[in-house]
Design a protein around this ligand. Structure first.
Ligand SMILES: Nc1ncnc2c1ncn2[C@@H]1O[C@H](COP(=O)(O)OP(=O)(O)OP(=O)(O)O)[C@@H](O)[C@H]1O
Ligand SMILES: [Mg+2]
Length: 251
């Protein structure tokens, strides 16, 4: 295999007495979907918050692929640091500013300026291009996102993540709030982003979707990694055993 886009090594993090992450190893390769599974409280969201710069780990290191394709150690002090290294996250809540329109949401905190004012024209044109890339149906870019459908809001959140040269895209339950048609569209989009060479971390409670989309699966339980397996090598039952009993299949 090539070098990964990111590698997390021996990541530990405690909240008071709770060891949310216990020496976790996790990596993401270009052109792969890496599914992250585990029961409630397993540590999935905490792990991706470390990867996206929200939390600093107590222990462990993060490596990011640099310009020349070599891994470089990275320390993220904020989500902005992780974004600058190409790591973008779509949180389950989508975290959109409801009263702002699609263009403003996509460029929130990273606005294009010309002279002393916002370059609305450029931002709108770029937003439109990115929304087309994510396969969004054309809709008005200038209405508050609160008036949009779930699928359109999802498209805006994904476009925001992709607007700035992402190489790793973290998606926390991307289809949980969507209907069947919109779910199918998001799954198509995930496949097409993978074929563009992005590395995608997919957190989901839907085993079916994860089997459908992922190349590898990592299962967590109690803050630890139970195992990382190639999706094609395992059965649903084996993955369920990993999730429930915390036992990796013997090979
Ligand atoms: N900010 C926090 N303060 C204190 N404890 C936390 C915090 N965030 C997470 N935890 C604890 O860390 C553990 C891991 O939580 P985490 O949210 O990462 O689980 P998860 O796998 O994402 O679960 P879910 O499937 O419910 O989203 C849990 O015991 C949780 O209560
Ligand atoms: Mg979670």
């Amino acid at each position: 295999m090539k070098q990964p886009l990111v590698r997390m090594e021996g990541i530990s993090l405690s909240f008071g007495g709770v060891r949310a992450l216990d020496r976790v190893d996790f990596d993401v390769y270009p052109g792969e979907v890496h599914g992250l599974l585990g029961h409630n409280g397993a540590g999935k969201s905490t792990l991706i918050r470390v990867l996206s710069g929200v939390y600093r780990p107590d222990e462990g290191r993060i490596w990011v692929r640099g310009e020349e394709g070599r891994l470089e150690e990275a320390v993220f002090h904020s989500p902005r640091d992780a974004q600058q290294r190409g790591i973008e996250t779509i949180h389950q809540s989508l975290a959109l500013a409801d009263n702002l329109d699609a263009v403003a949401n996509i460029f929130l905190g990273r606005e294009r300026v010309r002279g002393l004012s916002l370059d609305e024209e450029t931002m709108e044109a770029e937003a439109r291009r990115t929304l087309e890339r994510v396969g969004a149906r054309v809709f008005s870019l200038r209405v508050p996102v609160i008036s949009m459908s779930g699928g359109q809001r999802q498209a805006v959140a994904i476009a925001r993540a992709l607007q700035f040269r992402a190489s790793v895209l973290i998606m926390d339950e991307p289809t949980a709030a969507l209907g069947p048609e919109e779910t199918a569209r998001v799954k198509d989009l995930i496949r097409s982003l993978r074929s563009e060479g992005l590395g995608i971390v997919l957190i989901s409670h839907d085993l079916h979707d994860v089997f459908d989309l992922s190349d590898r699966i990592t299962v967590m339980k109690g803050g630890r990694v139970v195992g990382t397996v190639y999706t094609r090598d395992v059965t649903h039952d084996e993955v369920l055993q990993m999730i429930i009993a915390g036992v990796a299949p013997e090979r």
